[in-house]
Design a protein around this ligand. Structure first.
Ligand SMILES: [Zn+2]
Length: 256
């Protein structure tokens, strides 16, 4: 059964049970409990990308490969993307960048540099707006298509991989992704690197949980990423793990 159908059935059930409780004379505050429980469930189902509730995403690669994939969201950024690329080049590490369409439009030379240096790029929406999760299916398709167009200008091909902004998925996004035929890429390690003020702590958190096949979510949009990577890369190399792009890790073509 389609997840969106289950979703609408749950809404119906919650409203139905609330009505039933009111009908049998329960106080109103008891009657609204099913609706609140449902709202809590919906918030979790939307925000927990690992649940695969609305959108089936890939969160890791084969655990026996001794490979991990670093992924960078929200670029290209004029200050930090060049520095991230310099560090990756110094360590001969290939990574994957989920780019925001409007940023590609503003800094096309940086998107070109990412590709020229052997990294994979994917779609991370066009606007990445704070209200993007309330988008209709058509508004999502516009986000996907506009970013695809910017990427086509750079590499002549559409990206197959998409990462949802904030990791939030909704029935409308699911509909748009189905139509676009994209593969959704999640993560096995969310580092919350944009929220931490201590690069050392981000690095230690990654190393503590690190395992073969990991897809690690990072951002090339903040100043801590540079010192964090400088410390992280040599330590991962010492663990006998190698770096792969997401397409290498999951063995899937990154472009249509
Ligand atoms: Zn993002």
């Amino acid at each position: 059964m389609a997840k969106s159908l289950i979703f609408y059935m749950l809404i119906f059930d919650a409203v139905f049970f609330s009505g039933l409780l009111l009908y049998f004379g329960m106080e109103w505050y008891w009657a609204i409990l099913p609706v609140f429980a449902l709202l809590g469930f919906i918030v979790l189902a939307c925000s927990k990308i690992q649940w695969n509730f609305f959108v089936k995403a890939i969160h890791s690669g084969n655990h026996s490969t001794q490979k991990i994939a670093l992924t960078f969201d929200d670029g290209p950024h004029p200050n930090f993307t060049p520095k991230v690329l310099d560090i990756l080049k110094k360590h001969n590490v290939k990574a994957s960048f989920f780019l925001i369409g409007k940023n590609i439009k503003q800094y096309p030379h940086l998107a070109e540099r990412i590709v020229d240096e052997g990294h994979t790029i994917g779609n991370h929406s066009f606007t990445h707006s704070q209200t993007i999760d309330f988008n209709s299916k058509n508004a999502w398709l516009k986000e996907l298509n506009e970013t695809d167009l910017e990427i086509v200008k750079i590499i002549g091909k559409k990206p197959k991989f998409f990462r949802p902004p904030y990791g939030v998925t909704t029935p409308h996004l699911a509909g748009a992704l189905k139509k676009s035929g994209k593969t959704t890429i999640g993560w096995s390690q969310r580092t919350f690197d944009t929220m931490s003020i201590n690069p050392l702590k981000i690095k230690e958190k990654i190393l503590k949980n690190l395992k073969s096949g990991d897809i690690i979510l990072l951002h090339d949009s903040h100043e801590n990423i540079v010192p964090m990577l400088e410390q992280l890369l040599p330590e991962i190399e010492r663990k006998n793990l190698s770096f792969a792009t997401v397409n290498e890790l999951i063995n899937e073509e990154p472009y249509f």
